[in-house]
Ligand binder design. Structure first.
Ligand SMILES: Nc1ncnc2c1ncn2[C@@H]1O[C@H](COP(=O)(O)OP(=O)(O)O)[C@@H](O)[C@H]1O
Ligand SMILES: [Mg+2]
Length: 240
């Protein structure tokens, strides 16, 4: 605990507070995510998990606190801005254009161009490359509407990956997956981790947290409880 100091965090959310009329949704909450690690964010419904991440993505304006990414203060105004900086989120309700192809969804808003036209071959090749790297077996030319929920989720993760995301936030990612699909997701999470990403894994399923997470932050009614690190047999508290 004492040996790992300053450059050890990708993302630091420090002392974040946020109130809504009549509710203190977050009261000086911290979330610190290291490279090469999966950080669980736990807490009952209404604990403040989504509010914390909405403060990160500029959807809500925090009342107090600081956010550092790679040690630098940041204040993203939109998820697009965060994504372009390397902070991405795989939402619980997937926000994809079902009538478009897989590769269209991945490159939407930043199509590769050649002589002023969309370079479909480049789009295909680059999508295929990302899929191969993550072991995702989906044809980039397929229509999103023809994919299963888990495949759509994989596409979303591949999109984050294609933006060279350093932080990938997953909000209850397994809620509609079968056991086999969950295992594939865990394999992908491990790959992201090996690449140096920090993953924030929002869940309240204890068995998943034991299976993939290295560290944990627990929220209760907007209050931050001491975080801990899994040591192979016991959760060791981390210093704040
Ligand atoms: N836009 C909002 N307006 C008013 N209250 C809100 C709003 N968003 C969240 N809250 C309140 O903040 C608290 C935390 O909610 P939320 O962050 O959604 O929790 P979680 O994601 O952990 O289930 C709850 O009491 C919720 O009712
Ligand atoms: Mg929520």
């Amino acid at each position: 605990m004492t040996t790992q100091q300053s450059p050890s965090y990708l993302l630091e959310m420090l002392g974040i507070s946020k109130s809504f009329p009549g509710v203190k949704a977050l009261d000086k909450v911290n979330l610190k995510v290291r490279p090469h690690s999966v950080h669980a964010l736990m807490g009952e419904n209404g604990a403040g998990k989504s509010t914390l991440l909405k403060c990160l993505f500029g959807i809500y304006e925090k009342d107090e606190g600081d956010i550092l990414f790679l040690g630098q203060p940041v204040n993203y105004q939109s998820s697009k801005e965060a994504l372009e900086a390397g902070v991405s989120m795989v939402h619980q309700e997937l926000n994809q254009v079902l009538q478009s192809t897989v590769m269209d969804n991945i490159w939407l808003g930043r199509y590769p161009l050649k002589h002023g036209f969309v370079d479909h071959q480049k789009m295909y090749d680059e999508t295929k490359q990302v899929f191969d790297e993550l072991d995702i077996n989906v044809d980039p030319k397929m229509k999103m509407a023809n994919l299963s929920v888990s495949q759509r989720q994989m596409v979303e993760i591949a999109k984050a990956f294609s933006y060279d995301a350093k932080i990938v936030i997953m909000d209850e990612p397994t809620s509609s997956l079968t056991e086999k699909e969950v295992n594939h997701l865990f394999t992908i999470i491990k790959k992201l981790k090996d690449k140096g990403c920090g993953i924030v894994y929002i869940s309240h399923k204890m068995e998943e947290i034991f299976a993939v997470c290295d560290e944990i932050t627990i929220l209760r009614d907007g209050q931050w409880l001491i975080p801990a690190r899994w040591k192979g047999w016991i959760w060791m508290p981390l210093s704040p």
